[in-house]
Design a protein around this ligand. Structure first.
Ligand code: HEM
Length: 421
């Protein structure tokens, strides 16, 4: 390649990244052409989103998979505190004293303690409650035409499920939901950050009271088990306990909520494959894995930072730099998936390959719960409303506009549940 051609590609990359960083709507509606360009031309690309802190974005499958498990790329955000604080503010830092933002040996200890409470028996025992919660939400939706499926179903379902798991009493959930929705939807302006801090403080105070109550009167829920474990064996500090509740609430809530929205949208825009799933429900588990690959709800894994100078795909990531791993891009890499931009519910081997739940030591702890929720949610929705349709043209759907965000999801999903009414 000549120097001039190289310069042209570099300019094109800079233009595309800049447009994406400004959150231009075409990019948000469909970020995949940009990721394709980056995989082909700048697989490790230095980006500067509007929060002003630059990071290195990794877009190819093999690089992403290796980086997710690379001990030289740290998840201990306390160590990168200045860069991280300037993006997320102070109160988030305190709430990040949990496994998601820790390296071994702390990560190993925190994950071990939570895994002891997060056993398959406890998850499986939630199945009838998830079905009940789903049915009630669908009952409530059924009188609304059209209905925003995100706010009426996709968000409340995982929130209620995670509250059920943790042990938040039913009557206190609406308030928790209200504060969570503030945290879920904030941006990076000063006003957004203030609202975020207020919501975080309120939730933190609520959890402190809940912990004290469960300590006095334990029940059969995950929080009571975590408290008992902390008191008896290997322990979580009070800060770690609080922060663990926080990570479970958010890791288990927004991810699944946006994924339900993405799933319904993807199936409605591929009606022949939706029909196959409705006619043969045993196709659903693989269809869900393909949805998670094709239009997953995690666009970029959580921030990391380089503990030393690291060279990936010929690009030097200097020690101390923030690193982002574009899971969405990795899942569409033709080097890993044949015909990656085609949605195919029968795609073989997709479950064991996509990176939507991460990989390595931080592999999603809640993946079995998320899969169960998705299956119950989608099976119940389409069984009850087999003629469900979008209430707006598919290309007018509104996607989150934050550039290079953690989440890929819709801001609303207006649907007609039953066109015959
Ligand atoms: C970690 C995705 C649902 C709990 C992760 C990671 C990803 C992910 C990508 C790794 C992050 C990284 O390495 O930077 C998802 C998706 C979900 C989902 C796409 C839904 C479809 C859940 C649920 C829970 C949960 C329902 C719990 C109730 C966690 C926890 C971690 C985690 C605790 C941290 C694990 C660790 O650091 O060792 N998740 N998640 N997730 N997830 Fe999930």
């Amino acid at each position: 390649m000549t120097q001039m051609q190289e310069q042209e590609i570099a300019d094109e990359t800079a233009r595309a990244v800049d447009a994406a960083s400004r959150g231009c709507p075409e990019y948000r509606a469909n970020p995949h052409p940009l990721y394709q360009h980056l995989r082909e031309n700048a697989p490790v690309c230095r980006i500067t989103p509007p929060h002003g802190v630059h990071s290195y974005l990794i877009t190819r499958f093999e690089d992403a998979k290796a980086a997710l498990a690379d001990p030289r790329i740290s998840k201990d955000m306390y160590a990168a505190i200045d860069a991280y604080r300037s993006i997320f503010g102070d109160s988030s830092i305190a709430l990040d004293d949990n496994m998601l933002f820790a390296d071994p040996p702390k990560h190993t200890r925190l994950r071990r303690i939570v895994s002891r409470a997060f056993v398959p028996r406890r998850i499986e025992a939630l199945r009838p409650r998830i079905q009940e919660i789903t049915d009630t939400l669908l009952d409530n939706c059924s009188t609304l035409q059209p209905v925003d499926l995100l706010s009426a179903f996709a968000f409340p379902l995982p929130l209620q499920v995670i509250c059920e798991l943790i042990g938040v009493p039913e009557e206190e959930r609406p308030e928790v939901q209200q504060w969570c929705s503030v945290v879920a939807r904030t941006g990076f302006s000063k006003k957004d950050k203030d609202r975020l801090a207020e919501a975080e403080n309120t939730l933190r105070e609520y959890f402190e009271v809940l912990i004290a109550r469960k300590r006095k009167a334990p029940e059969d829920d995950l929080l009571s088990v975590l408290i008992q474990t902390s008191d008896e064996q290997e322990s979580l500090t009070d800060g770690e306990l609080l922060s663990t509740l926080w990570v479970l609430l958010f890791a288990g809530h927004k991810t699944t909520a946006y994924l339900i929205g993405n799933a319904v949208y993807t199936l409605l825009t591929h009606p022949e494959q939706l029909r196959q799933v409705i006619d043969s429900p045993d196709l659903l588990p693989n269809a869900i894995e393909e949805i998670i690959r094709f239009e997953g709800s995690v666009e970029n894994a959580t921030f990391r930072h380089a503990l030393e100078d690291i060279t990936i795909a010929g690009t030097l990531i200097p020690k101390g730099s923030l690193v982002q791993i574009a899971v969405t891009s990795a899942n569409r890499d033709p080097a890993a998936f044949e015909d990656p931009d085609t949605f195919d519910i029968a795609r073989p081997g997709v479950q064991s390959k996509h990176l939507s739940f991460g990989t390595g030591p931080h592999f999603c702890l809640g993946a079995p719960l998320a899969r169960m929720e998705m299956q119950i949610a989608l099976a119940s929705l389409f069984r009850r409303f087999p003629e469900l349709s979008l209430a707006l043209p598919a290309d007018e759907a509104k996607w989150l506009t934050v550039p290079f965000p953690a989440f890929r999801g819709l801001t609303e999903l207006p649907v007609v549940l039953d066109p015959s009414r």
